[in-house]
Write a protein that binds this ligand. Structure first.
Ligand SMILES: [Fe+2]
Length: 167
């Protein structure tokens, strides 16, 4: 499965070519997701679904900007799943995995529908990166720590990265 993750990484870098900010974003989200998944003891299959989802989670941004002139979460969630499906089908991923990964792409800004560890960890990994990249104020960081983070390793990472707000 490691081979497939490498393929998804390469395909996503090619997809976002010329946009180093987005490329660095998903590489960081993938690194945190992988780490949390391993520390939480995910089985190999769930881990690979999580890692692929982390790599493609923002694939809807460019199509959303092209169609709506906006990368707002709801447009990404609308346009991302079909793009993810196309990319993963091209790489020969199993259909059931593609369905789950596309679902995660279409819901990664929806925090009320979390229905599994892959979903939970994807959201936490995205927050670990966005709290820094978006320069959110301390109150927003604390709110995220208190309401979003559920896994022990995600909470620990949040405290280690943002000790001033995550106590
Ligand atoms: Fe993201």
């Amino acid at each position: 499965m490691e081979h497939s993750i490498k393929q998804v990484t390469a395909a996503m870098i090619a997809y976002d070519a010329g946009d180093p900010m987005r490329i660095q974003h998903f590489l960081k989200v993938h690194a945190f997701a992988r780490l949390i998944g391993v520390e939480e003891g995910l089985d190999e299959h769930t881990q690979s679904v999580l890692e692929a989802a982390a790599l493609v989670h923002d694939i809807g941004i460019h199509p959303a900007e092209a169609k709506y002139g906006s990368s707002a979460g709801k447009y990404q969630e609308e346009l991302g799943p079909a793009e993810a499906e196309k990319l993963l089908t091209g790489l020969g991923w199993p259909e059931a995995d593609i369905r789950r990964i596309s679902f995660l792409v279409g819901h990664h800004h929806t925090y009320t529908a979390i229905d599994g560890p892959d979903y939970q960890i994807l959201v936490e990994a995205d927050f670990l990166v966005n709290l820094y990249e978006d320069g959110l104020p301390p109150e927003a960081q604390r709110h995220a720590y208190e309401t979003i983070f559920q896994t022990e390793s995600g909470k620990k990472l949040c405290r280690e990265l943002y000790p001033a707000v995550c106590e």
